[in-house]
Design a protein around this ligand. Structure first.
Ligand code: YXS
Length: 259
């Protein structure tokens, strides 16, 4: 059974992630279905996509499926990790993707939402960047996605505290586009999507790609990249990394020792 639902109306599609029992954790099966769904929408030359969860949901997505994180000796966020794949799919999708947010957004799902082209959220929704909560050494393009979404001071606060930020604060910081009352969310996003769909899809596609290329244009030398990978390996090979994941799976607070 698919973990997503797709509705198409003219040039606009709605892709709903739908695995509420696992709090829409970004598991490999869910991401597989999302990628297949986006391929179908690309085939149909859809001009705007609304990415949402079930109406009324309390947890939009709990982030990476912690049960799928390797316990050690392997990069948990490598190129072929499902989370990295879906983020690239959204960034490369030729039409704008509008994230319609209700409820709480956690960890890798927060990056996925911020990798969309627009974010429209209900007033009581929240956004949390959680690697430090689990002991995960986030990957460099993911950190860059956060830096492209807000100031380095806010990224540091969100990463180091791993505490949720309200939609009200996120909008004030320019991290999200609009806050809309819950019963207006769907029509508001539909109006934006339909407005986009009336414009030139070719122009939009090329400017979206230009923006992606410019946002990711950072000079980093091979030794610098290798040094970062070495630092990250020390973390995902650490006792703390194992403790973070194990504690989550055992439903207890992690006891990090700094080793
Ligand atoms: O015990 P059952 O089988 O019913 O399953 C529970 C949870 O284990 C499961 N679940 C998850 N499973 C895998 N990965 C997850 N991220 C995840 N989150 C939840 O869903 C069932 C219901 O969860 P429960 O009882 O906690 O629900 P709740 O409504 O009381 O609380 C909802 C949350 C979202 C506040 C809570 O589930 C939670 O704090 N989840 C983890 C949020 C988080 O830290 N996500 C980051 C994941 S790691 C990630 O995204 C990146 C790698 S990183 O860390 O680097 O950012």
């Amino acid at each position: 059974m698919s973990l997503i639902q797709i509705e198409i109306e003219g040039h606009v599609a709605t892709l709903m992630i739908d695995n509420p029992t696992k709090r829409n954790a970004l598991s490999e099966p869910l991401i597989h279905d999302m990628i297949e769904g986006l391929a179908e929408l690309r085939e149909k030359k859809i001009r705007a996509v609304i990415l949402r969860a079930r109406p009324g949901i309390k947890v939009w997505s709990a982030g990476h499926d912690v049960g799928e994180l390797p316990l050690t000796r392997r990069d948990p966020l490598g190129w072929d990790d499902p989370l990295r794949k879906i983020i690239r799919e959204l960034e490369h999708f030729p039409a704008p993707v509008i994230a319609l947010i209700e409820g709480s957004v956690w960890g890798g799902a927060c990056e996925m939402v911020l990798a969309c082209d627009m974010v429209v959220a209900a007033p009581d929704s929240t956004f949390a960047i959680t690697p430090a909560r689990l002991g995960v050494p986030y990957n460099i393009s993911g950190v860059l996605n956060f830096l492209n979404a807000t100031s380095h001071l806010i990224v540091r606060e969100m990463v180091f505290t791993a505490q949720p930020v309200s939609a009200v604060r996120a909008e004030r910081l320019g991290m999200i586009n609009h806050i809309v009352e819950i019963d207006e969310l769907e029509p508001f996003c539909q109006t934006i999507a339909k407005t986009i769909a009336q414009n030139s899809p070719l122009s939009i596609a090329v400017i979206k790609e230009e923006l992606r290329l410019l946002e990711s244009a950072r000079a980093i030398t091979p030794p610098t990249f290798e040094r970062i990978q070495g630092l990250r390996r020390m973390v995902y090979d650490s006792e703390d990394y194992r403790e973070g994941i194990t504690a989550f799976l055992e439903k207890r607070r992690a006891d990090f020792k700094g080793r």
